[in-house]
Ligand binder design. Structure first.
Ligand SMILES: [Zn+2]
Length: 252
């Protein structure tokens, strides 16, 4: 099982090496791994979110597959090719599925009432500048266990989006917001990670070893097969909203 994860990581590392010159190793070699923030290293499970200075908090869904629902769709045509936001969202979501060695699985929800995660396209008037919002995720979870009950993603689009912004930068934003919806209250402190708190809206970015390790650490490497954790009797869930903004994100 762990060798399989290592193989998955190696594939991603290979992709990263093409664009960024390599990444770090993992703690997958030898011995049993114990659950906790150091489950797979390097990761950003225990750093402070550079956006607000607060400690990161790992969250998790109680089981898979999750039902994903896209209430609306944005369609753009560039160079005679039609691009649909629903398809691009699937591309972004499937990167996390791949990172889990296909253990984190998803189905299309039939509507908002039966959806675990919704992703809504939101049109804003103009391209957001530095500090402007590219996307946001609202997460409802139970604090005692960090178990997520629902997540609602909003992806901003604007009339003048270039092909690169729609087909690359937006996929990166979708991938980032799905990361929040799947496991992450907070952000990476490393500019090369997809879950860094700022992003360049013009470029896509592959998940890094740290992104993947943090995801696997949140779930202790188990998805559909792990025990269900939920909440205390009578516990009320809390709802937070994470805003993800334009900034000096990784540009290659
Ligand atoms: Zn974010």
């Amino acid at each position: 099982m762990w060798k399989t994860f290592a193989i998955s990581g190696s594939v991603v590392l290979g992709l990263i090496a093409i664009g960024c010159g390599g990444g770090g190793g993992t703690s997958t070699t030898g011995g049993a791994l114990s659950c906790g923030p150091s489950f797979m290293l390097p990761n950003y499970a225990s750093v402070n979110d550079p956006g607000d200075g607060e400690p990161n908090l790992l969250l998790k869904w109680p089981n898979f597959p999750l039902r994903v629902y896209y209430p609306n769709e944005e369609v753009r045509t560039y160079g005679g090719t039609i691009y649909r936001s629903n398809d691009l969202a699937d591309v972004a979501l499937n990167r996390w599925k791949t990172a889990s060695n296909n253990e984190a699985t998803f189905t299309q929800g039939l509507g908002p009432l039966d959806a675990d995660i919704t992703l809504t396209m939101n049109t804003i008037g103009s391209q957001p500048g530095a500090g402007g919002t590219l996307g946001s995720t609202q997460i409802t979870y139970y604090p005692s266990s960090g178990t997520i009950a629902s997540a609602e993603i909003t992806i901003n689009v604007w009339p003048t989006m270039t092909e690169a912004q729609f087909t690359q930068g937006m996929v990166r934003t979708m991938n980032h917001e799905f990361g929040h919806a799947l496991f992450m209250q907070g952000h990476s402190d490393e500019v090369s990670d997809v879950m860094y708190y700022l992003a360049n809206p013009n470029v896509d970015l592959a998940l890094t070893t740290r992104d993947i390790n943090t995801f696997l650490t949140a779930y202790c490497g188990e998805f559909s097969t792990r025990g269900v954790t939920s909440h205390l009797p009578g516990e009320k869930p809390v709802t937070i909203t994470i805003e993800c903004k334009v900034g000096d994100g990784h540009t290659h």
